[in-house]
Design a protein around this ligand. Structure first.
Ligand SMILES: [Zn+2]
Ligand SMILES: [Zn+2]
Length: 108
């Protein structure tokens, strides 16, 4: 009889063990789970929602529309053109050719 009781006690403590283990596993998993914002159109993954929104607005699916006025350099970001002109065409006026606006002007 005493043996049986001891076994019962042992079983009880053992059944409590996996509970603790599973709890630590869950909390560790939630710590590892870094929020990611994958783009639905390409393979890009972003750590911030803002970056994904920026990507969707200016990069993904967008054709480069900002042109260097001095060469064929074309990019999706007007700031890239400004940096490009300063670096590649020093001494020239730094401005950006917006292809969309140019086409619109030529059309009217
Ligand atoms: Zn994308
Ligand atoms: Zn250029």
């Amino acid at each position: 009889m005493p043996y049986h009781q001891r076994q019962m006690d042992y079983d009880w403590s053992q059944s409590a063990m996996p509970k603790t283990t599973s709890m630590t596993t869950t909390s560790r998993m939630s710590n590892q789970h870094v929020q990611r914002f994958p783009c639905g159109n390409c393979n890009s993954v972003f750590s911030r929602k803002h970056n994904l929104q920026y990507h969707l607005k200016f990069e993904c699916g967008q054709s480069p529309r900002f042109n260097c006025p001095y060469c064929a350099y074309r990019t999706r970001h007007p700031s890239n053109v400004r940096a490009h002109v300063r670096r590649i065409h020093p001494g020239n006026t730094v401005y950006v050719v917006d292809i969309c606006k140019t086409e619109l002007l030529q059309f009217t």
